[in-house]
Design a protein around this ligand. Structure first.
Ligand code: SER
Length: 320
């Protein structure tokens, strides 16, 4: 039986992924771990929650022992923008947290570890269009540095110890449950909230900025599908490119205008422009498609319709 610990369960992806796992494996079998941020009522009411900081190896090991954990999902990370404000914090959480997760999983002979990576592993010298699976990994952010090192570390544990470690390079993830925090792609979430609330948005990257993006339902599906894939069929382990859509901010705004015709956007690029400019426009995810059957469902307009519907309902109810 699976007993899963989700580290970083309070974050943008963790909060929804924990609930998704609970639907599949049963609420009691999925322990939500959080560090500082307060969990939502929805998360708290959906199953067990514990304070668990992966940077504290003893706390992590104790939690795994107490709850008989055999799978760790490590969703905790300091993202690119916060990482540039506080590089040492990014290193600490992203690297020390990760090696503790891998070590505890090795010591406890766990069944599986899931460690997400990111498009932030790429840098200015990487080909920008349809970025290959195997390519130059020379990021210029601390977040990217930790994600490249994390992929290498994860693959090391696979090769050296035979530990089942898997991961995928998330593009910008767009969602309507928990706000992202401290990422460069956060504009693609904020724009929908502002479109509903104020019919206008000031974007912190310029109109031509084009990045790979994915809607949360596809992110949840990709992550579950990778977790459930036959390990013996995987040639890659912790670094799968996964694509879904790629759009510029102009195209994103145009998609919103189809449904909110008087929506207005202006641009005030800040330090995050440089980060966005160092990442690809789109990725080649043929390895994920071939090795575990990855296929996204949402394109830009389908996502826009759903985002505006869900956020619009929350706004009417006074929840945002
Ligand atoms: N969403 C992340 C960020 O912007 C990328 O993985 O930092």
């Amino acid at each position: 039986m699976e007993k899963i610990l989700v580290i970083g369960s309070v974050g943008q992806i963790g909060s929804e992924f924990t609930i998704e796992l609970r639907k599949i494996y049963g609420a009691e079998n999925v322990i939500a771990g959080g560090r500082k941020t307060k969990p939502s009522e929805k998360l708290l009411n959906s199953g067990p929650f514990i304070i668990c900081d992966a940077v504290d190896k003893n706390q992590l090991a104790e939690a795994c022992k107490k709850h008989n954990i055999n799978i760790i999902v490590n969703m905790a990370a300091i993202l690119s923008a916060t990482g540039e404000q506080n590089p040492m914090l990014a290193w600490d959480v992203n690297m020390n947290g990760l090696i503790n997760v891998l070590e505890v999983a090795r010591e406890f002979k766990m069944k599986q570890v899931l460690v997400p990576s990111s498009i932030a592993v790429f840098g200015p010298s990487t080909p920008v269009d349809n970025t290959p699976q195997e390519t130059v990994l020379k990021p210029t952010t601390m977040y990217g540095v930790t994600k490249v090192a994390g992929e290498l570390l994860a693959d090391y544990y696979v090769a050296k110890y035979g530990l089942d470690v898997r991961g995928l390079r998330y593009p910008g993830i767009i969602s309507n449950e928990t706000l992202p925090g401290g990422g460069t792609t956060d504009y693609a979430v904020a724009i929908y909230y502002e479109a509903i609330k104020n019919k206008k948005y000031t974007c912190f990257v310029n109109e031509g900025t084009r990045l790979p993006m994915m809607y949360m339902p596809d992110c949840l599906k990709a992550t579950i599908d990778l977790m459930q894939a036959d390990f013996s069929k995987l040639k890659h382990h912790s670094d799968f490119n996964v694509g879904a859509m790629s759009f510029s901010v102009t195209e994103l705004a145009a998609s919103i205008k189809k449904y909110i015709p008087d929506f207005q956007i202006k641009y005030e690029p800040d330090y995050r422009q440089k980060i966005a400019d160092s990442w690809p426009n789109s990725v080649d995810d043929s390895a994920a498609r071939k090795e575990w059957g990855w296929k996204p469902s949402y394109d830009l307009d389908a996502m826009t319709q759903d985002m505006l519907k869900v956020i619009g309902e929350k706004y009417k109810k006074g929840l945002i």
